[in-house]
Ligand binder design. Sequence first.
Ligand SMILES: *[C@@H]1O[C@H](CO)[C@@H](O)[C@H](O)[C@H]1NC(C)=O
Ligand SMILES: *[C@@H]1O[C@H](CO)[C@@H](O)[C@H](O)[C@H]1NC(C)=O
Ligand SMILES: *[C@@H]1O[C@H](CO)[C@@H](O)[C@H](O)[C@H]1NC(C)=O
Ligand SMILES: *[C@@H]1O[C@H](CO)[C@@H](O)[C@H](O)[C@H]1NC(C)=O
Length: 521
Amino acid sequence: MRLPALSLLLHLAGIISLCAAQNITKLQQTLAAHGVSAVYKTSGNFKTLSQAFNRRFSVVPVGIAFPTSVAQVSAAVAAGSAQKLEVVARSGGHSYIANGLGGTNGALVIDLSKMKAISVRAANGTAVIETGNRLGDVTLALNAAGRALPHGTCPYVRSLGYGGFGFAGRMWGLTLDTIKSATVVLANGTVATASAKVNTDLFWAIRGASPSFGIVTSIEVQTFPAPPSVTVFSYSWDSLDITTASAAIANLQTFATSNIPASLGAELVFGTGPSSGRLSVEWNGGYYGAESSFAAIVKPYLQTLPKPSRSSVKPGTYLASVTTFAQGQPVNTSTAADIPDTFYTKSILTPESAPMSAAAIKAFVTYMAKQGFSSDTSWFVEVELVGGRNSIINTVPLDATAFAKRDTLFLIQFYASSANNKPPYPSDGFAFVDGMVASIVNNEPAGWPYGAYLNYIDDKLTNGAYGSRSTLQCCSFPSLILWIHAVLHAVCSNLEYEIERKHQLLLLIGSRGSAKTFLKK
Ligand SMILES: *[C@@H]1O[C@H](CO)[C@@H](O)[C@H](O)[C@H]1NC(C)=O
Ligand SMILES: *[C@@H]1O[C@H](CO)[C@@H](O)[C@H](O)[C@H]1NC(C)=O
Ligand SMILES: *[C@@H]1O[C@H](CO)[C@@H](O)[C@H](O)[C@H]1NC(C)=O
Ligand SMILES: *[C@@H]1O[C@H](CO)[C@@H](O)[C@H](O)[C@H]1NC(C)=O
């Protein structure tokens, strides 16, 4: 949920080359004829504009277009499609694997940063948000109208939609759950509206898998009244041994199944301790209920742990909570540049029906405390509370959206950067992170129904890991095949494979800022 304060393994995976007959001159002329500004390899600022957020990747697109309207997005998609290029949307550009640049060389990038309109409708509390907006700017615009939306904590991640877990999520849902309708540019350039009333199959699909289906240019969301007070809390232990740090996880699982309110959002954060076999641990989050009830709610969990090294419990405004969660990055993203990183990350969604076993927790904590101490990476692990009693995320019917994991207790993010956040990423850093995940999974029974989170997209993961539910559901919508056909040119027998593969790219507009549309003609 958080990007750390922040390496160049050249990832020149040039796989593409859909067709030899690409006429870039023609592309440039067509874009210019539609008034779409764009940069190409020969442009002076091309290098800067084509840098990936994760500097582990270096991806060279054919060009980057900066449309200012839905009509220009449509024209740009059609122009790229006519040249048989992969066309990809970049929203915030935070895809962990550079999908906003196409993931591999040779794509046409549709950068949405010039599409930043936001309107809030007082009558029904909906807001229409163009997908060039970053989360911080969305927060400010909604807050000015007394409204708020559930989303992650990084202010620079752009404009929402397709995942969107944050501390208010147990109370308000995922960002994708708030979407009422969306404007989508399809692979053939057609502009479609998707909602519960029109193009319902597309509406189902984009809430969880939008990049497979088109470029979402705006979403209409249901906002919530900004809570009058949010209690931001953090409890830190500088040096916990393996037994005690294991108890912090096990007891959080137990606590989560007690009658905790939906208004409590929390995560455990692990980092290097002062010596091998010890860890630094922090429990932090936001409580969106009355300040006076906070202490009693968290007491049953805190009393299972030693006295913290330090703690902070601060009630304040909703905007103050968003500012604190941003960890030093400005909420107004016009005031400072984004900060890149060089990293490798993985994730696990633990099932509520089969929480982590004591053996898995101990192996995992032991691994972090020992291998973590000797690792040359700068790493952290977040154990985020998604489910548990009263969380509304898991009450949304599994068939309602393409998001496949409505049975999650914890979302665990394993994140390791190069020591100075610059390239190169150390080669042993991959095995280090893989080992964290293995320490858990290898200590669970075969067939443990865990998953992975698409926002924390991982280029080493095989397709099925994100959950196959969407594939199954997708096939029960016969008309959806038409959409897919239009976008992916997949044949029905290929559908399952195609959707699974594209599905990895899901949530990217919302949370990691890129949508990817494959145009195979
Ligand atoms: C590419 O397009 C330009 C402009 O339309 C045209 O002049 C040129 O002949 C084309 N090149 C090829 C190889 O078709
Ligand atoms: C909310 O109200 C606006 C008009 O103010 C209307 O255009 C829109 O369709 C409404 N949205 C929903 C989901 O009812
Ligand atoms: C964000 O900062 C910019 C540049 O300082 C300023 O022009 C703009 O008004 C600010 N936006 C908000 C919502 O405060
Ligand atoms: C574009 O694709 C959609 C979805 O298949 C289809 O409904 C629409 O008619 C197509 N538009 C054109 C101009 O071919």
